[in-house]
Ligand binder design. Structure first.
Ligand code: BYC
Length: 473
């Protein structure tokens, strides 16, 4: 299996697509539908070209090529990480058996479902972010937005390839549906909750790329462990692209906090709205929102679906191979969040297999905390005492054990009436959103940046901040 991408083909790929004419024809007939979707639902700001990276090789050494391209001419393709011919399934009841190169008949439905759910999130995020170009704080940020967008488009291709190549007619039909559902639609919404929320401003965008793309990292990490080798290899390569998306989120929030902190110190006030910054309490509310909707993406604390996926070898754990247990978990247990009989937040012991969503969510939560620690260091470094924090797992949840209760960010359960009265202290209000939106004036001039965010430390691919990352029409 070659690892270099073949760009002489209509659909760039490293899977020898030309050897399978039927599959090639099927994908080539999906391609115009994808372009139609991109034109209708993709970025709305007209740009002549953008300084983008394109995958050229999936190997370790230099997989990306950088250059100015018209976004519509971006070469969306199919790239799988290199195949390990000796790979074996690392967990579940098939542990030790050779990884599957074809879909095992008995797991067809479950695998297809996982691939469809994963695939559905990719175009959804492009739809959510489509209008942000019009209010980009700099050409550097605009370029990063477009990079994220084209790569989410490629991730859709990654899942569509699997559906076409391995799931026959049903797979092709699901691939069509991925272009028909749309984020926030009344009739045909995207499958998972967070992907139907709006991303109306850049603070939301950076929170999304920090918290929600990070769910992507963890879910892809579990699918990378899959016994179904083509899925594993697809996810492995997607994870490389995903790292940049989270970088955009982490450093985006760094730069907002940095600017806010500077204004707080310079004007000796928390009310930095008057000087064009985003107040820390508004940043905290956006964080509360995006984190809580992202926690929902891990499903219920206990789930028989996830137990079945694991036992069957379809979806593993984060860092499965580094875990020191039997990788079957048939006799282990785990403590999960639960409500006690007297209605308090507590813990319950359940079989480890049904608690695997909790296991993954915990990995995710501790990773999320690293960003918060980093942002708090920025505050501490300028001598401020205020701190950001992750809200309690019970806060603002719509999925799982806390879906039916209301909780404060500290995890105290409160009556619905009190929640209604106080939620504006914790979640962005219309006034907060209107204020943030009022700051979102485009800065499309080379080397300039909006006043509510600090410039980045470095440019992209060794280029300076004032590089002409995007040529607008
Ligand atoms: N919204 O048994 P449970 C990314 C459903 S992000 C709506 O606990 P399970 C990206 C659930 O489907 C990563 N419905 O669920 C990021 C089930 O339905 P059925 C995306 C929800 O199956 C940024 C029922 O509730 N990839 O890549 O254990 C930009 C019972 O729930 C939700 C994946 O998620 C929800 N939030 O776990 C671009 C990986 N949560 O069976 C891209 C694939 C649950 O009763 N998906 N439900 O009809 C999975 O692994 C699992 O399906 C889930 C849910 C983790 C999502």
């Amino acid at each position: 299996m070659p690892s270099a991408a073949d760009y002489t083909e209509k659909i760039p790929n490293n899977v020898d697509l030309r050897e399978d004419r039927r599959l090639q024809r099927a994908l080539e007939s999906w391609q115009p539908n994808f372009m139609h979707w991109w034109d209708a639902m993709g970025p709305t700001l007209p740009a002549e070209d953008v300084y983008l990276r394109t995958a050229v090789n999936v190997g370790r050494e230099g997989w990306a090529h950088f250059g100015h391209v018209a976004m519509r001419d971006y070469r969306w393709g199919i790239f799988l990480a290199e195949r390990d011919p000796d790979r074996r399934i690392a967990f579940g009841e098939h542990k030790g058996e050779p990884a599957w190169q074809k879909v095992p008949g008995e797991y067809r439905a479950e695998l297809q479902r996982l691939i469809v759910i994963q695939g559905d999130t990719e175009p959804a995020s492009v739809e959510q972010q489509r209008n942000l170009g019009a209010t980009a704080p700099s050409l550097y940020d605009l370029r990063n937005l477009f990079q994220v967008n084209v790569e989410e488009g490629r991730h859709l291709w990654a899942m569509v390839y699997l559906l076409h190549a391995y799931f026959g007619r049903e797979g092709r039909s699901e691939a069509e549906e991925l272009l028909h559902r749309s984020s926030g639609s009344e009739d045909a919404p995207r499958i998972l909750g967070a992907f139907n929320e709006e991303t109306p401003d850049w603070l939301s965008f950076f929170m999304f790329t920090y918290f929600t793309d990070r769910d992507g990292k963890y879910q892809l990490g579990t699918l990378k462990e899959s016994g179904f080798d083509p899925l594993s290899r697809t996810c492995e390569f997607m994870l490389k692209e995903e790292a940049h998306h989270m970088f955009v989120g982490t450093t985006g929030i760094d730069r907002i906090v940095e600017r806010t902190a500077k204004l707080m110190v310079a004007h000796d006030t928390d009310e930095v709205g008057a000087c064009g910054g985003i107040p820390l309490d508004v940043i905290q509310k956006y964080l509360n929102f995006q984190y809580s909707v992202s926690l929902d993406l891990f499903g219920g604390e206990t789930s028989t679906n996830v137990a079945n996926y694991f036992t069957a070898g379809l979806k593993g754990r984060w860092s499965e191979e580094r875990r020191r247990d039997d990788h079957k978990l048939t006799s282990e247990s785990i403590m999960v969040d639960a409500l006690t009989d007297d209605g308090q937040v507590g813990q319950a012991e359940v079989a480890a297999l049904v608690g695997l969503n909790t296991d993954l969510r915990r990995e995710y939560i501790s990773d999320c905390q690293t960003g918060v620690t980093r942002w708090n260091r920025i505050l501490a470094d300028v001598g401020l005492e205020q701190r950001l924090k992750l809200p309690h797992a019970a806060f603002n949840r719509k999925v799982g054990v806390f879906a039916g209760v209301e909780a404060t960010p500290d995890g105290a359960l409160i009556p619905a009436q009190e929640w209604k009265r106080r939620m504006r202290e914790w979640l962005p209000t219309d006034v907060d959103k209107t204020y943030v939106r009022s700051l979102m004036r485009p800065v499309h001039e080379r080397g300039k940046i909006a006043a509510w965010i600090a410039p980045p430390r470095n440019g992209i691919n060794g280029k300076p901040f004032d590089y002409d990352y995007v040529h607008l029409v």
